[in-house]
Design a protein around this ligand. Sequence first.
Ligand SMILES: [Zn+2]
Length: 230
Amino acid sequence: MSQRITDSLEVLKLIRKIARQNPQMSACSWRREAVADVAASRDVEPNTIFAHLSGKNEPPHTLGARELDLRIKAWINDGSSDLEKWILLSCKNHDKNLVLQFFSNEQSTPLATDIEEPETTERQFVTTYRVLRDTALAREIKVDNNYKCQICGEGILLAEDKPYAEAHHVKPLGSPHNGPDHRDNIVCVCPNCHVKLDYGAIEIDQNRFENVLLPEFIRYHNKVIHKKTL
Ligand SMILES: [Zn+2]
């Protein structure tokens, strides 16, 4: 196994442990702490470990810290396989089996909390930010909808008639919502409707979206994000 993969898997194992103990910390903090620990145990600079983790010598697959942290976060919180896919793509052939083995052993149990805790959710001040980075799935859903907003029907054309739409996760990704990156949790929307959904300005019509979204996610939006009073 190459040193890069030994180091990276060591770091990821540690990240998993740190994240379980400190779910409230950011993915960046999990990663930094894990990188520092592995660097100390091998008596090398943290930069060397980070370079291995981010695939610095594997262009064009090298990832920036932010991109890397987003994948780590999705892996820890939602069991996303984006991180695994990227490592497989960027590693040498003789390392692939070990990577596959690692991820199947470390099979992530999603730490997602569910709608059981509306009281806490309502009392907390929650800062929301919009994850605009598209997953392959989000792009697929936009294509399926012909880049038309599923809320208002609007389609936007950019320069050279390039269509533009955004993907919205109805039960948002990331803490504290921890919604999944699944087809039945995603709608194709225009930027206006995206903001309205993100900030709970509008309700989602259960009947209109019953074959598109999982009812659980529509209820979550209406109850927790839109704060509908029943
Ligand atoms: Zn719209």
